[in-house]
Design a protein around this ligand. Structure first.
Ligand SMILES: NC(=O)c1ccc[n+]([C@@H]2O[C@H](COP(=O)([O-])OP(=O)(O)OC[C@H]3O[C@@H](n4cnc5c(N)ncnc54)[C@H](OP(=O)(O)O)[C@@H]3O)[C@@H](O)[C@H]2O)c1
Length: 336
């Protein structure tokens, strides 16, 4: 493989107010550069576009620092080594890294993880077998502590993290109930991902339909969205329920914060709400990876991908994903 002369990158161009538009991103071209000592040049085949990036586009710090204008958009990539000055990484090796929205990246060994594409397709390592699946595992197993016979509810259930949560809950002998936007998505959640039930939060009868789907109440609510859905869930929680708070996707584009009305139920029912961020729990990654890989190998971990072609279309893919345009993991195929 020979290295091309130019690299395309998507950079952060403008802070959004509410929903981002295409003007928030720029496509720039530059030199690829050559890897220095202890570095490798990677050709990125796919990049993951993730909801948390919208938080980082705000002018205020979240758990991660504010993104600066001109900075390359962050995202996990999967691709192949083109040229290497790292003894353990050879040309042609498949690697995952957090290498950003760009055709090529130069990275050190610490930023790269080799993957086995004979065990699963490369894109699976950006989804169910990668940080997405590990997020689901850490939130559910470590903070949710599900027990056989309990009811686990997860929002954004047709999405990347949510679809894994329900399948892991079923493996633990729990009743898995999803919440998703629209009947078509709910049908996928039950038929493809094997949840026991799924409730459409866009239905005018959402509250009563959710109550009917959890006749024994809710023991674990894996929250991907916060906002009005969390408010609807709170009165249905059982005493001592656990709420792993994974994300707040319903609030990322909001210009006014949603005020929780049923907060008193947290006290009444002695609920534990626990925000968590995957990078704080690296000690749990090996156990998570082991179970996810075993489930996948046994055919017990189904996943879906929504793939958009072309690096230049990554901004639109990101905007669409925040609107619910994806089923499963939203990816962009860079090398078409
Ligand atoms: N804590 C961590 O370390 C960590 C790591 C990874 C991801 N996360 C979080 O996990 C959550 C899911 O991420 P993901 O990558 O798996 O994304 P995803 O669920 O694949 O995609 C986002 C989904 O959010 C749903 N959504 C958008 N607006 C909504 C609204 N107003 N109300 C309800 N649902 C809405 C959409 O589904 P519908 O069509 O159903 O609305 C959309 O498909 C996000 O909050 C993300 O920030 C956290």
């Amino acid at each position: 493989m020979t290295a091309p002369m130019r690299n395309r990158q998507i950079v952060y161009a403008k802070r959004p107010v509410g929903e981002p538009d295409l003007g928030c991103f720029d496509l720039v071209e530059g030199d690829i550069g050559r890897p220095g000592p202890g570095q490798a040049l990677i050709r990125n085949d796919y990049v993951s576009v993730d909801p948390y990036i919208r938080m980082r586009m705000e002018a205020k710090d979240s758990y991660a620092p504010v993104m600066k204008i001109g900075e390359i958009m962050v995202g996990r990539t999967v691709g192949q080594v083109v040229e290497s000055n790292i003894p353990d990484f050879k040309t042609g090796d498949w690697v995952v890294g957090r290498l950003g929205w760009q055709d090529y990246s130069i990275a050190a060994a610490a930023d790269l993880q080799k993957i086995d594409i004979n065990a699963a397709p490369p894109t699976a390592y950006l989804g169910s077998l990668g940080s997405t699946g590990i997020t689901a595992w850490v939130g559910l197993m470590h903070f949710g502590q599900p027990k056989a016979g309990e009811t686990v509810v997860v929002s954004a259930a047709s999405g990347a993290v949510g679809s894994v949560v329900g399948q892991l809950a079923r493996r633990r002998g729990c009743r898995a109930v999803g919440i998703a936007g629209g009947k078509a998505k709910c049908a996928i959640v039950t038929r493809e991902f094997g949840f026991d039930a799924c409730v459409d939060y866009k239905s005018p009868d959402f509250a009563s339909e959710l109550a009917a789907a959890v006749p024994k109440g809710i023991d674990v609510y894996f929250d991907n969205v916060a906002g009005p859905i969390l408010d609807t869930v709170l009165p249905l929680l059982n005493n001592f329920a656990r709420v792993p708070l994974c994300g707040l996707v319903s609030q990322y584009n909001a210009t006014e914060p949603y005020r929780i009305a049923n907060y008193r139920e947290v006290f009444n029912r002695r609920v534990t709400i626990r925000g968590f961020v995957l990078s704080d729990h690296r000690d749990l990654w090996p156990a998570a990876t082991e179970e996810l890989a075993a489930a996948y190998a046994a055919g017990q971990l189904k996943y879906r991908e929504t793939i958009t072609d072309g690096l230049e279309n990554a901004p639109q893919a990101f905007i669409d994903m925040l609107r619910g345009g994806n089923i499963g993991k939203q990816l962009v195929r860079i090398r078409t």
